[in-house]
Design a protein. Structure first.
Length: 186
């Protein structure tokens, strides 16, 4: 069940949870291509070759990099639960490939689409894949924010109307006006 392209990672932390489950925190280092599968007794082993990260620079790549960073930052602004450190991380990345990989790992897309991004080595194509997926997520977030704002406005308007009606009733009561009087009904 291994994909032909994967990630070589460095183990940062291994944690055994109180319920017996295990959590592993790893840091991706580079892409690798699976060359050979070697079943062993204790655990399977693989032979891989590292895939060099392209370091191309062109106006097209720089434009895509800039666009991806701007969209990623806007997405983080729309996500209320996004930690501020993540925004600083996105702003600090200077490598287009590294930014594309980080954004692809963070956005809510199916694992098969993340694998497609991982298998896309050419930088311009990878940036385009991530930009396209991020644009869709960003559109959904914008619409959700608009719907939420309209809902809040409607709720606030109804709450204000209710409050004003209650105040009106109290004022009429203080003045001794009967709300069933013919003038009130008119």
């Amino acid at each position: 069940d291994l994909h032909p392209v994967g990630t070589e990672a460095r183990l940062l932390r291994y944690i055994t949870m109180p319920d017996g489950t295990h959590q592993v925190i790893v840091q991706g280092r580079t892409r690798v291509r699976l060359l050979d599968w070697q079943p062993q007794e204790a655990f399977p082993a693989v032979r891989v070759e590292r895939i060099a990260e392209p370091e191309e620079h062109s106006p097209e790549i720089d434009a895509r990099f800039h666009q991806l960073r701007e969209r990623a930052l806007e997405t983080l602004r729309l996500l209320e639960q996004a930690p501020p450190a993540l925004t600083a991380t996105v702003q600090g990345i200077e490598s287009p490939g590294q930014l594309a990989d980080l954004v692809a790992s963070l956005i809510d897309i199916p694992p098969i689409e993340k694998q497609e991004v991982l298998e896309t080595v050419p930088l311009e194509q990878r940036l385009d894949r991530v930009l396209w997926r991020l644009a869709y997520r960003l559109q959904v977030l914008r619409l959700s924010a608009d719907i939420g704002a309209r809902t809040r406005e409607t709720m606030e308007g109804r709450q204000r109307e209710f409050l004003l009606r209650e105040q009106l009733k109290q004022i009429q009561k203080e003045l001794g006006e009967d709300d069933t009087a013919p003038e009130f009904e008119d």
